[in-house]
Design a protein around this ligand. Structure first.
Ligand code: TIU
Length: 233
């Protein structure tokens, strides 16, 4: 087992049974002209997470460990986008409207792609999700709604390391869903970001409070230093 100097106390990861999860590092959230910007957000606030995620991806790839990327996006006919989601608030553009990177949050459009710096490579899982959490309505197989959990179980995954954006929305929802399914969850504090720094800080505190009620947090440098050496490193 790998020992991590985490918050709120030391924890462990099981090498080979730990997947790196990269939540929604899509152009629609990170770049100008996308969904995040349409909600009135300053997308540059998310850019600090890119380099730590890239370093973690390199470490996982060098060891041959599983990597999952998620994308929040909808079908072109919006059949998986409930009106309650599309009609919310007063954005400059709504989900499915045409923007500079194509239709917002629609699968197949340029804005829905993962940013080039963190693009998935062969063998990594790419999970399209219509909600904020990565387990709901993803990896549908034979009409079963819990496909991702079954796939992770089949792959022998027991521990999940969370990164990506935004901390309090899709990362937190996914980590909570995973915790309820029995995964040992760790969030990497500098590899996640929010448009609202105070929300990020509060989320990290609430996830780890009460004796790691949802899981642990760790800095990427401490995580990388704790990983076992490998031939390709
Ligand atoms: N708006 C916001 O902070 N986030 C989202 O809508 N989705 C994700 O967090 N990916």
């Amino acid at each position: 087992m790998i020992t991590l100097p985490a918050q709120p106390f030391e924890t462990t990861l099981d090498p080979g049974r730990t997947a790196l999860v990269v939540i929604d590092m899509q152009r629609d959230f990170v770049e100008a002209g996308g969904f995040g910007a349409s909600l009135g957000n300053d997308v540059t606030r998310l850019h600090g997470a890119i380099a730590p995620i890239a370093a973690l991806l390199a470490a996982w790839r060098a060891r041959g460990w599983l990597v999952l990327h998620t994308r929040e996006c909808h079908q072109p006919d919006l059949s998986d986008c409930p009106p309650s989601k599309r009609e919310r608030g007063d954005p400059a553009l709504r989900i499915g409207d045409a923007g500079p990177m194509g239709r917002l949050l629609i699968a197949g459009e340029a804005g829905a792609d993962i940013i080039p710096a963190l693009a998935p490579v062969a063998g990594e899982w790419l999970i399209d999700k219509p909600g904020k959490g990565m387990f709901w309505n993803t990896c549908l197989q034979d009409g079963q709604r819990e496909g991702l959990h079954a796939r992770l179980q089949d792959a022998g995954i027991s521990h999940l390391v969370f990164t990506g954006v935004t901390t309090e929305v899709c990362v937190q929802t996914s980590m909570r869903e995973a915790n309820d399914r029995g995964y040992h969850c760790v969030i990497v504090e500098d590899a996640t970001d929010s448009y609202f720094p105070e929300f990020k800080r509060a989320t990290l505190e609430m996830l780890t409070a009460q004796g790691a009620i949802v899981g642990w947090s760790v800095h990427s440098t401490a995580l990388l230093a704790a990983l076992p050496p490998c031939a390709a490193c």
